[in-house]
Write a protein that binds this ligand. Structure first.
Ligand SMILES: NC(=O)c1ccc[n+]([C@@H]2O[C@H](COP(=O)([O-])OP(=O)(O)OC[C@H]3O[C@@H](n4cnc5c(N)ncnc54)[C@H](OP(=O)(O)O)[C@@H]3O)[C@@H](O)[C@H]2O)c1
Length: 264
C-alpha cells in the first residue's frame, strides 16, 4: 500500500539502521527517527538509491516529553500510515547511579521506557482501526540476566519492556496487532562506545558477539510472524533458557566468566 510505513526509532546507527535497510529490502516505506539528522539523511539517501521506496526523516530527541506526540503529528500531517512500529532507540548511562542527576535518570527512563509506551499508545488506535499492525520493542538479554554492577537501571527497564510488550500482545492480538519483544545479546553497534562500556565489551568472548545485521534480520522475521518474544541466535536462546532456569548464584558466576566487569 502506497501510504503504508514502518516507523523506526534509533535509526541513525546500529540495530535500528540495519532494521531500516532490511525493511527497505522488503519494500517498506520508512520513517526514520533519532537525534542525529545528518546520519539519518545519509542513511535515507543510501536506501533510496537502492530501493524504489519513500523514506522520510524526522530528527527528534525521545528524552523530551512531547516527542512521541510530535512524531505522531508528523505522520498524520503527511498521511503516513504506520503499520509497523519499531521501538529501538536506547543507550546506557556512562556515570555511576549515585553520581547521576535525577534528570539523567528521568531522560533514560523516558528514552528506554516511557517513550516506548507513549509511541505504542499513540499509534495503536489507528492500527486497530486499520485492521492490524506490528510492533517491535527492542529489549535485551540483560532483561533476563543477573543484576549488573554497571548501569543498574538498564536491565530492570528492559524487563519492564518485555512485560509491557507481552501485555500489548495479549490484549490486542485478537484485533490484529501483535507486539514482539526482541532480546539481543552483545551486538556490534555504537551502543557500547555511546554508553561508556566499550572496554567491558572488548572483553566479551567473540562467540557471544553478533552483527547488527544478523540481529535485525531475526528480529524482523519474528515481528512479522507475530511472535511474542525473539531472542536472536541459537547461542543466546540457549543462554536465556539457562538464565530463566538456573539459580541466581550460578548465573552471577557465569556472568563473571562470560561478561567480565559487569557482575563483579
Ligand atoms: N548493542 C548491544 O549489544 C545491544 C544488546 C541488547 C540490546 N540492545 C538494544 O538495542 C537498541 C539499539 O541499540 P544499538 O545497539 O543499535 O546502539 P546504537 O548503535 O548506539 O544505536 C542507538 C540508537 O538510539 C538512538 N538514541 C539514543 N538516544 C536517543 C534519544 N535521546 N532520542 C532519540 N534517539 C536516541 C541513537 O540515535 P541518536 O544518537 O542519533 O539520537 C541511535 O540511533 C537499544 O534499545 C539497546 O538497548 C543493544
Amino acid at each position: 500500500m502506497e501510504n503504508s510505513y514502518a516507523l523506526i526509532t534509533g535509526a541513525s546507527s546500529g540495530i535500528g539502521e540495519e532494521v531500516a535497510k532490511n525493511l527497505a529490502n522488503k519494500g517498506y516505506n520508512l520513517i526514520l527517527t533519532a537525534r542525529r539528522k545528518e546520519l539519518l539523511d545519509d542513511i535515507a539517501q543510501e536506501i533510496t538509491k537502492k530501493h524504489n521506496i519513500h523514506v522520510s526523516v524526522i530528527a527528534k530527541d525521545l528524552s523530551k516529553y512531547q516527542t512521541p506526540r510530535e512524531i505522531l503529528n508528523f505522520c498524520e500531517e503527511n498521511n503516513y500510515r504506520v503499520d509497523l512500529l519499531v521501538n529501538n532507540a536506547g543507550y546506557g548511562i556512562k556515570t555511576s547511579f549515585h553520581e547521576t542527576s535525577l534528570e539523567d535518570e528521568e531522560d533514560f527512563i523516558r528514552v528506554l521506557g516511557t517513550s516506548v509506551i507513549m509511541l505504542t499508545k499513540l499509534f495503536l488506535p489507528k492500527m486497530i482501526s486499520n485492521g492490524g499492525g506490528k510492533i517491535m520493542i527492542v529489549s535485551s538479554v540483560a532483561s533476563f540476566a543477573a543484576p549488573s554492577v554497571i548501569q543498574p537501571l538498564y536491565g530492570p527497564i528492559k524487563t519492564f519492556m518485555n512485560r509491557f510488550s507481552d501485555s500489548i500482545n495479549i490484549n490486542y492480538k485478537s484485533k490484529g496487532v501483535t507486539s514482539t519483544a526482541v532480546c539481543p545479546g552483545f551486538t556490534v553497534t555504537g551502543f557500547h562506545t555511546a554508553s561508556g562500556v566499550q572496554e567491558q565489551m572488548d572483553r566479551v568472548p567473540k562467540f557471544l558477539v553478533f552483527s547488527a545485521e544478523r540481529i535485525a534480520d531475526e528480529a524482523i522475521k519474528a515481528t512479522l510472524a507475530g511472535k511474542r518474544l525473539c531472542v536472536p541466535t541459537k547461542t543466546y536462546k540457549f543462554l536465556v533458557f539457562m538464565l530463566r532456569n538456573l539459580p541466581q548464584s550460578i548465573l552471577t558466576l557465569l556472568g563473571k566468566i562470560l561478561a567480565p566487569g559487569r557482575y563483579d
